[in-house]
Write a protein that binds this ligand. Structure first.
Ligand SMILES: Cc1ncc(COP(=O)(O)O)c(C=O)c1O
Length: 407
């Protein structure tokens, strides 16, 4: 019998202790891109590799049990059932899974948003080519202005008849938290379904199936603090029977493993497909990726997503005030309910954001640069006392760049 693993250190708001002590940057503010690997995550992955190193396939049973438990834990974070959750390698695969499984009729309309991250547009555009769908592009600028303006534009599109609306829970560039509950309600009133790309929210911004969306996909390497290549897809139970198993593989069948473990007579090619979300898991899974995700979600489970959201927003309040004073323009929504855990700012006129981003990085402040804005995205372990240092680094970088001759 193997010894039980050492306990995972308790995550604490505002502290790297036990989790991110190896992290070098003074301020790591890039969870909207990639989460650093925490110490307990590395330990769990190493333990799994050690088990495979010494036992080969004997290590599989443990990983399967942990992955089954993880399915339930992810479902619990979303207020979903475990039968509604599938493991998919990334957000895009989740989008493709649904886009290719709907029983489309030629001419069905799909609403997309200009300004979205393309993970939630390309698969629908491809489905449009294959199944003769009509795409209706709305502009996120309406939602930037106000929820009322955005929802009015959505209402207008839905009036014509729409099969599906695809949107992010949190916008990757502005950090805007979308009004999912209102969008889902409007979609359903008009017979449409709502697909949500949740990668920029799930884990740090409250997101629940009680909001009413029909599908959700999220990679695990940002706010869920896992690694790249291990994410999830949620499919509302009532929608499952309407989907076609067009992308199903050998593991999508009922009792798919029987022929490998139960002796002769179980190898068949006509077994029924699973009727739960696992039908979207066509083949062998990313064992190490899900070991990592199993640890990554512990802060969300123990601290609570709402507490993480509040903690990060207190940090971003201070950072935003300081950046405004330095001449930046904030893209953060003024209303608390429309904020996520992302603060994006436009650089002062005449300053090249790419160079400023490089100067900040050289000063040990790691942030993102999506579509030309500076994006700050801390997590539970960042402490508000960092903010002054971030502002000092920014001031210093601005002074340095403004002193340089214009190129
Ligand atoms: C809104 C959004 N969707 C999707 C992705 C990534 O998609 P995937 O997980 O398929 O790589 C990102 C960022 O990487 C994102 O910001």
């Amino acid at each position: 019998m193997s010894a039980s693993p050492p306990p995972v250190p308790t995550p604490q708001l505002g502290s790297r202790e036990g989790w991110f002590e190896a992290l070098r940057p003074f301020a790591y503010l890039n969870h909207a891109a990639v989460s650093p690997h925490s110490a307990p995550l590395r330990a769990a992955v190493t333990r799994c590799m050690d088990a495979y190193a010494s036992e080969g396939i004997g290590g599989f049973g443990g990983t399967l049990a942990r992955r089954t438990a993880l399915r339930g834990r992810l479902a619990a974070l979303l207020d979903a059932g475990a039968d509604e959750v599938a493991f998919v390698p990334n957000t895009t695969t989740g989008v493709i899974s649904v886009a290719q499984s709907i029983a489309w009729k030629p001419g069905d309309r799909v609403v997309l948003f200009r300004g979205e991250f393309p993970a939630n547009t390309t698969p629908w555009q491809q489905a449009a080519l294959q199944y003769g769908l009509r795409l209706e592009w709305l502009d996120l600028a309406d939602f930037d202005a106000s929820n009322e303006a955005g929802l009015a534009a959505l209402d207008e599109a839905l009036r014509v008849g729409v099969r599906l609306v695809a949107v992010s829970a949190v916008q990757f560039k502005s950090g805007l938290q979308m009004p999912l509950a209102e969008m889902a309600r409007r979609c359903h009133e008009r017979g449409a379904e709502l697909f949500v790309d949740a990668i920029q929210g799930f884990g740090a911004t409250p997101i629940s199936t009680t909001m009413g969306f029909d599908y959700l996909a999220a990679g695990g390497h940002k706010w869920l603090m896992g690694v790249e290549g291990a994410g999830l897809l949620y499919v509302r139970r009532e929608r499952m029977s309407q989907l076609l198993p067009r992308l199903a593989g050998w593991l999508g069948h009922e009792h798919a493993f029987d022929f490998l473990v139960r002796g002769p007579g179980h190898l068949r090619y006509d077994a029924a497909f699973r009727r739960d979300a696992e039908v979207f898991e066509p083949g062998t899974q990313n064992v190490l990726g899900y070991e990592a995700l199993g640890v990554g979600i512990i802060p969300a489970e123990t601290l609570g997503v709402a507490a993480i959201h509040a903690h990060v927003n207190a940090y971003l309040d201070a950072l935003e005030r300081g950046l405004l004073a330095l001449g930046f323009r904030s893209l953060r929504a003024p209303e608390a309910a429309r904020r996520s855990t992302i603060l994006s700012v436009e650089t002062p006129a005449g300053l090249d954001p790419v160079r400023l981003h490089g100067e900040l990085s050289a000063r040990s402040v790691v942030c993102g640069l999506p579509d030309g804005v500076l994006r700050f995205s801390p997590h539970f372990y960042n402490h508000v006392s960092e903010v002054q240092g971030v502002l000092d680094a920014t001031h210093d970088a601005l002074t340095h760049l403004q002193a340089l001759p214009r190129s």
